[in-house]
Structure formats: structure tokens, C-alpha cells
Design a protein around this ligand. Structure first.
Ligand SMILES: Cc1cc2nc3c(=O)[nH]c(=O)nc-3n(C[C@H](O)[C@H](O)[C@H](O)COP(=O)(O)OP(=O)(O)OC[C@H]3O[C@@H](n4cnc5c(N)ncnc54)[C@H](O)[C@@H]3O)c2cc1C
Length: 336
């Protein structure tokens, strides 16, 4: 187990915030994790588990313990004529897992190429893009319950997956389970999902294969989203809000071009990016933080932003959208 004191987190958050934590603890296996969970001093501190910090905003230095999983490894644990089951350590890089599955001809994860982060977080966040989400391939999630140290294996239905949501994100469970491994069921006879975004156009004359779908998704993402290596950001800052149909019908009279995706008879989903742009927030700045010109759902660090700058800008965006449309935006990122 690696334990660091007064440790810089600059390389552990994609916003590029230069903050420190009192302690940084990285465990390499389940035995290390069990040891940590028997430590009374650990529980006397405030603590937070991170992956690659690609969905976080540190509001300042962290006066406690930042925990990170270095459980690595990807193992084929089962195979039939049609499927393979991969068990991946929570500390594995997500896109490396996607690349590995594509190289081997196993389908299911290719539309989720280039999403930053680790395997453990993919199961917490239910990451999604281009018509796919992690839940579509997750068979089991292996986790450790902090209060007792007890190991628990969650089946897919027990993870209660929904749009960008899971059992692990519910307020009553948040931060209470540390994920150690995730089991994915992948197809040896993949069906390609090409009808989202510009995937079909990007593939062009090439034959659709796992590799060309992956390349197309990567090319589209690189053209639309800022690269955290050069411009700090956490991807989509807000979740697309769901509003009641009556509210939507009222707004539609004033904004007939408002994009909408019916969820059920009572609810309509509206793109947060459209709301932010129409509320006049595109390109707005607060200190070192700015709304990204190409995609208003993304807040960027212009180089010298503090977590407070980012939070202030997010509040300004929420207020502007609330005032114009009466809609409350919810951040997708975690404030720490
Ligand atoms: C440029 C960019 C593009 C993005 N695009 C997308 C996208 O298309 N779709 C999408 O869904 N997301 C997207 N995101 C958001 C982000 O990539 C995901 O939320 C990702 O899953 C976060 O992974 P992470 O390892 O960085 O987790 P962190 O941000 O470090 O943590 C996220 C959450 O997971 C928890 N967590 C992490 N590891 C564990 C563990 N082992 N056990 C228990 N809890 C854990 C943390 O406590 C926290 O609640 C994007 C982000 C960026 C920067």
C-alpha cells in the first residue's frame, strides 16, 4: 500500500487543479484494502475515493485521505461460442480496456472509446456515449462495503443502472462501497451501433468493424471535446435535465426549436447544452474558468482556474438557465 503525505493532486484531476491532500493512499489488492478498512485513524478522517479525477472539482486542498485503487489486470474468466466474460481490476484505465476488447474482436464497449477514467468509476457512473452505456455490458460488480469490510458481488439488476446513474451514486450509498473488480460480458458476434452522432458519416466508405467504429468515435470526440492533457475539463458538467410534459409544452410555445427527447408520457429530456447556449452563457468566464465555445456543456480551465472559479461559473450558468427556462440544472461532476 502506498501512503503519501501532503500530496499534490495536479496529476489526479483532469481540470488540472493544483491542490493537495493531507494523505494519499493507494491500495494494490483486496488485502491492502481490507487493511485500510480496519484502520481506526483512517475512519477518523474525512476520505474520498477517486479514479482518474475526470469527473471531479476540488474546491481547495483536501484535509483528509484521498484513496485510489491500483488493482489492475484483465482476465478472461469464461467463454462460450457467442460471448466472453472479462474481469477487470477497478484501477485499469477504461480506454485501455476498450482498446483491448476491440483488438480481440469482442464487441460491446467500442462506442465508449476514449472516455477518460478507470474501470471502477465506469461502474459507478454508468458512463455512456453514442447510444451505449457501461451497464449494457456489465455482468457483475465486485465491491467492498466500507462499514463492515464485507465483500459483495452485485448482479447487473442490483446495480440499478439508469441514465448516468447507479446504486453506487444514490445519496444513501454514495462513497460507501469501494469497487474492486468489474465483470463485462462481451459479444464475439458484435452488432454495430452506427446511428448515433456522426458515426456512419465518419466511417464513410470503410467497412464497419469494431476497429473502424472505435476510430470513428475517437475522431468525433477529438473534434468536439477539449483534450484534458492540454485544456483542463471534466467533460459534460451538467446532466441533461428531465422536465414534466406540461412544463415542456409551455416552453415550446416560446421556443419552438427547443430540442426534446420524450422519456415517458410525463417526462421530456432537454439538452443542457442548448439551454446554456440560449441562456447566453456560451463563452462566459469566471476567473480562470470558461464555458467552452465549441460545446457549452463543458467548463474549461483557461490555465489558472481555481475550483471556486469553476463552481462560481457553474452557479452562474444554473441561475441563467433557471431564470430563462425555469429549469434546475444538476451538476454531473462531484464537488470535493
Ligand atoms: C474530456 C472528457 C470527456 C468525458 N466524456 C464522457 C462521456 O462521453 N460519457 C460519460 O459518461 N462520461 C464522460 N466523462 C466523465 C468521466 O470520464 C466519467 O465520469 C468517468 O467514469 C470518471 O472516471 P474516473 O476514473 O476519472 O473517476 P473520478 O472522476 O475520479 O470519480 C468518479 C466517481 O467514481 C467514484 N469512484 C472512482 N473509483 C471508484 C472505485 N474504485 N470504487 C468506488 N467508487 C469509485 C468516485 O468516488 C466518484 O464518485 C468525460 C470526462 C472528460 C474529462
Amino acid at each position: 500500500m502506498r501512503i503519501e503525505q501532503n500530496y499534490p493532486l495536479l496529476k489526479h484531476n483532469t481540470f488540472g487543479l493544483d491542490v493537495k491532500t493531507k494523505y494519499f493512499v493507494e491500495y494494490e489488492n483486496e488485502a491492502d484494502l481490507q487493511k485500510l478498512l480496519r484502520d481506526e485513524y483512517f475512519f477518523s478522517q474525512q476520505f474520498w475515493h477517486i479514479g482518474q479525477g475526470s469527473n471531479l472539482v476540488f474546491l481547495g486542498d483536501f484535509d483528509g485521505v484521498i484513496v485510489h485503487s491500483a488493482i489492475r489486470g484483465v482476465e478472461k474468466i469464461r467463454e462460450t461460442d457467442g460471448f466472453v466474460w472479462l474481469k477487470a481490476g477497478a484501477g485499469e484505465d477504461w480506454d485501455a480496456l476498450v482498446a483491448y476488447s476491440v483488438q480481440n474482436g469482442w464487441g460491446g464497449l467500442e462506442n465508449l472509446s476514449l472516455i477518460p477514467g478507470e474501470v471502477g468509476a465506469s461502474a459507478v457512473q454508468n458512463i455512456g456515449a453514442y447510444g451505449a452505456d457501461a451497464a449494457g455490458c456489465i455482468e457483475e460488480v465486485h465491491a467492498c462495503f466500507l462499514e463492515t469490510g464485507e465483500k459483495r458481488v452485485f448482479s447487473n439488476p442490483e446495480c440499478e443502472y439508469a441514465y448516468r446513474d447507479s446504486f453506487f451514486k444514490k445519496p444513501e450509498n454514495k462513497g460507501k462501497y469501494y469497487i474492486t473488480h468489474v465483470v463485462y460480458k462481451l459479444s464475439k458476434k458484435p452488432e454495430y451501433r452506427l446511428d448515433y452522432g456522426n458515426i456512419r458519416v465518419e466511417i464513410g466508405d470503410r467497412t464497419a468493424t469494431l476497429e473502424t467504429v472505435r476510430q470513428a468515435v475517437i475522431a468525433i470526440r477529438e473534434s468536439k471535446l477539449p483534450d484534458p492533457k492540454t485544456t483542463g475539463n471534466a467533460g459534460s458538467f451538467f446532466v441533461n435535465p428531465c422536465i414534466c410534459t406540461a412544463h415542456y409544452e409551455g416552453l415550446k410555445k416560446h421556443y419552438p426549436d427547443m430540442p426534446n427527447y420524450p422519456v415517458d408520457e410525463e417526462t421530456v429530456k432537454v439538452p443542457a447544452a442548448w439551454l446554456i447556449e440560449r441562456a447566453g452563457m456560451k463563452g462566459k468566464t469566471s476567473g480562470g474558468a470558461a464555458v467552452y465555445e465549441k460545446q457549452p456543456l463543458v467548463i474549461i480551465n483557461r490555465g489558472n482556474a481555481s475550483g471556486r472559479d469553476i463552481a462560481d461559473l457553474a452557479t452562474e450558468i444554473c441561475n441563467a438557465v433557471k431564470e430563462k427556462f425555469g429549469i434546475d440544472l444538476q451538476p454531473e461532476v462531484n464537488y470535493i
